[in-house]
Ligand binder design. Sequence first.
Ligand code: AMP
Ligand code: GLY
Length: 425
Amino acid sequence: MKNKVMVIGSGGREHALAWRLSLSPTVQQVYVAPGNPGCEQENKVKNIAIAANDYDKLLTFAKDNDIDLVVVGPEQPLCDGLVDLMTQAGIKCFGPSALAAQLEGSKAYSKDFLKKYNIPTARYASFTQVELAIDYLSKQDFPIVIKADGLAAGKGVVIAETKEQGVKTIKDMLAGNAFGEAGHRIVIEEFLVGQEASFIVVVDGKNFVPMATSQDHKARDNGDKGPNTGGMGAYSPAPCVTKEVFDKTVECIIKPTIQGMIDEGTPFVGFLYAGLMIDESNNPKVLEFNVRFGDPETQPIMMRLQSHLDEICLRAINGDLKNTELSWDDRAALGVVLAEQGYPQNYAKGSKINGLDIEIKNVKIFHAGTKKEGKNTVTNGGRVLCVSALGNTLKQAQKLAYLAVDKINWESKYCRTDIGFKAID
Ligand code: AMP
Ligand code: GLY
């Protein structure tokens, strides 16, 4: 019997997941709710016009269409309990429960969890009151990191270089409304230095299997300058995750996290993403947890994954990941995000994108913020596309990705021109 799969979300991550699922011989049909124009170009993939936060409609669709597997892309539906809703209705839905999703949904929760289970992370304290936060800040070294507690689409983190900037950030978040509800509690934490990497594993509650290693570029501009974004490009593998770093991450971070979630009574099922900072002595610390796949890490990682993604997710849901091994394309993959100028703040929408029909071997264009307007595809979000390529080396993947990037244009296209620089130069 072949699987009917539904993917929830509309970004580049969801396009990549839907595409990879569609390539599985055990998949009959992939629906994406609501998807984007790129998803629909794939064989066996169909968009359905249900928003990712219209949970009742998603459930009804899954029931009416005998969906065998639901894969949830973004964090919000996970934190809102979509997996709980689907599971209670007897539908196999891959991702953590709302309680387990707090690992991402609340920075204060995840920091307390890390501390309780002795998992390496930056020193921190949480606050809801301005005076207490400022008092604590005054006794710290700078730079220091201030984070909104709740979900803020990767933008709720401020690195304050000075006390003045720190005080302003505290006031903006706690007293003002800079991040809405998400900012009414904050975490202030020690600034860590080192190399960042994304460590993503699939967890079945008890067992896990690692995804290929990867690295993202969170800052908007070349050389890791400019404001933080959701991610401007990624590649896999990440050379900074050496065997030593990998083993330490598994032993000191992944295993105790999975066990800790069992001990809390909220076992974790889903993609568990530890954002790592690796110091000079190759010791990884957790910068943050995400309870979903990374965007744009998914795009290059899915280009390398050879195992059948539907089987992996179903095994995880069934608690059956033990002895599972994933197979990977040995080549490297690198994805460059094409964004609208001004992202992540204010940006235009609606420009016609040219060059989307290019066909280059080993290149894949994943859509994110795009939409159809008659025959044209136009921009419809901050991150518009992720142009990804495979190569024998990261350098070759980079060269090929940028070759394709140069052929895709619109009026206010913006991208970093140095994706992969840390692993290549
Ligand atoms: P987060 O959403 O917590 O991953 O933070 C977003 C980005 O801010 C990270 O990818 C890091 O680049 C940076 N960051 C977060 N926490 C720290 C920290 N404690 N020290 C240094 N940089 C940090
Ligand atoms: N690429 C970072 C994230 O998905 O949070």
